[in-house]
Design a protein around this ligand. Sequence first.
Ligand code: GDP
Length: 440
Amino acid sequence: MFQNLQDKLDRAFKVLKGQGNITEINVAETMKEIRKALLDADVNYKTAKTFTDDVKQKALGQNVLTSISPGQLLTKIMNDELTALMGGTVSDLDISTNPTVILIAGLNGAGKTTFSGKLANYLRDKKGKKPLLVAGDVYRPAAVDQLQVLGEQVNVPVYVNRESNDPVAIAKEGVEEAKRNGNNIVIIDTAGRLAIDEALMNEISAVKDATKPHEILFVVDSMTGQDAVNTAKAFNDRLDFTGVVLTKLDGDTRGGAALSIKSVVNKPIKFIGTGEKMEALDVFHPDRMASRILGMGDVVSLVERAQQQFDEKQAAELQKKIRKNKFDFNDFKTQIQQIKKMGNMKDLMGMIPGIGKAIKDVDIDDNAFKPIEAIIDSMTPFERENPDAIDAKRRLRIAKGSGTNINEVNKLMKQFADMRKVMKQMSNPGIASKMMRNMP
Ligand code: GDP
């Protein structure tokens, strides 16, 4: 995410490296580079100018403490200013009303329908709500089908009326349906267009007037940079939306939209989409995004994502098994599946400070676990629970059955045995305390 911008900012900071002090001259030079980096990332011109002027002012106004370098000081100022630029703090959804009506707006292909599914999933899973999805795109039957599939996938009901071609009526019916069935959230997915036109704006304004939504979320594709900001402005002028959803931040986006939207439309980014899967949705944290842009990593998000996938009961059971040295291939496979659910591997690793840059040219294959899973699947249930029972002949069969080769099977068996050994040592309190005592 934002790799190019990260690299360029890094280079800009180098101007200050080795300099003992922040002076008018070296700051001006650094700011010129930073502004160039921002413009290259497709940040709005005015935003970039105001931003660098602010940073410069702050930098010149501060004494450099002896313990930090001018580069470090500037990183800190940049971090604070980028955070402020993107809204400062997290902006929560207002979901206190029963039912809360949430209208989803945006152009075709922005990711509205996908986001509607993700939001329903998030509100049910994380907020304990009972959402209803409403299929309001009357022009594309495929969009209705898509929402139904997503609804099924995340286990949320979808209100559909294929007889009607009136989005206002459908939206109103959806809200009534929610009241009847005790759904406390109504998410209305609406039709988009390829570009902004009057008919679209009139239609969505009419849906707004008829349903009085508590939240209107404008969904925009972050890959479209400046265009995203212009579209946001046009939608906001008509709809006065309550928040922005930036999608496709997992792609090769330059970052311009994320950095400019708040300052241009003065509405907060509330969510970001980071993939096609239903779990690939994050609440937008300006501070975390700032530190990611500056290559400082985003350990907090990483930990949170890990925690979301973490099932306490399962973990306790796993602990017990490890203690008894009963960790088997079934447990191993469950662990792999949990890691996979956390999202794209490269994205995850990019959140670790210092790693993002190091792996930018490395091809990290999300399918890396496939052969391992295939090997485990080719074992019999007995073998999965008793790996020691797998002899040479069976290894050959497993290699054949899984479409891998004997080397891969041997490697996995060896890694698994090593892992069990380490686990056993770690879980044995006697050994752990002995190890502690031996520490310097
Ligand atoms: P709509 O026309 O606005 O309803 O857009 P869709 O929800 O149909 O999304 C358009 C395409 O973008 C689909 O192929 C989605 O899978 C994809 N998409 C949506 N959100 C994301 C995201 O956050 N990341 C990625 N990589 N793809 C996304």
